[in-house]
Design a protein around this ligand. Structure first.
Ligand code: UDP
Length: 240
């Protein structure tokens, strides 16, 4: 049985965590490491929804900065998230974890479309569901996609696995006295523009009372620790 305070969670991983030490792209060894973390969490009895970004392959904003049409560049970014989802599905299934990918951009040869009731059924059957292509529209990010799916799937928390171990009052890379919050209110995050997720994602979580747990996914075993209510993290919640 799970010792977690949660029953169903949405785990958001930025695309960068799949590239390992490479400058871009997908490092299968690293994807396998991430898959092990997900499996360990699932083995505690949790229901797991996954959203993976696409920043290791393509970000719409970067394309737009180089003169591309923003919407067109965003479509490419969304396709990148589908590639990451398929890579993660492959890694999870190699570990014996049944997994389904549902994409907000329909691609019926490679994955299912997003159908909430079908996703529910997958979770009931013990499958991990990876939601790809964000919200399926340009001008959004996979953070918003993660918040949307967390609300739609009635997840108890949105776990944001990144390369930093929580939310700081200033940038720890440039300010040695920066302190990490144990908990912080949604409104503080929005008012102080703290780097957690983009504002639309934070607002969606606030409005649906979904706590955001920010932690480092790079430390082995940390996801399971955080899910058990331990480990280093920041919880963004109401009234913190
Ligand atoms: N994207 C989009 N709509 C969405 C989700 C993603 O247009 O709903 C595009 C956008 O261009 C974004 C890219 O996909 O830059 C990759 O996603 P994101 O930047 O969120 O990835 P991460 O930073 O988490 O790796």
């Amino acid at each position: 049985m799970s010792s977690s305070p949660y029953k169903r969670v949405l785990l958001k991983l930025s695309g960068e965590v799949l590239m390992g030490s490479q400058p871009f792209g997908i490092d299968p060894e690293f994807v396998a490491e991430m898959a092990k973390e997900v499996k360990a969490a699932k083995d505690t009895g949790l229901e797991i929804c996954l959203v993976i970004g696409g920043g290791n392959i393509f970000r719409g904003m970067a394309g737009a900065a180089k003169g591309m049409d923003r919407a067109q560049a965003d479509y490419m970014g969304m396709l990148a998230t589908v590639m990451n989802a398929l890579a993660m599905q492959n890694a999870l299934e190699q570990l014996g974890v049944p997994t389904r990918v549902q994409s907000a951009i329909e691609m019926d040869k490679v994955c299912e479309p997003v159908i909430r009731r079908r996703a529910e059924r997958h979770l009931e059957k013990g499958r991990v569901v990876i939601f790809a292509a964000g919200v399926g529209a340009p001008y959004f990010t996979t953070d918003s996609g993660a918040a949307l799916r967390a609300a739609e799937m009635k997840c108890d928390a949105l776990l944001k696995g990144t390369s930093v171990d929580g939310v700081y009052d200033s940038d720890p890379k440039t300010n040695p006295t920066a302190t990490r919050y144990a908990t912080v209110d949604f409104d503080t995050v929005l008012a102080d523009n703290l780097k957690v997720m983009d504002a639309s994602a934070v607002a969606l979580c606030r409005d649906n009372a979904i706590p955001i747990v920010v932690f480092s996914i790079r430390e082995q075993g940390n996801l399971a620790a955080v899910l058990a209510g331990e480990g280093t993290k920041t919880i963004v919640q109401k009234g913190a």
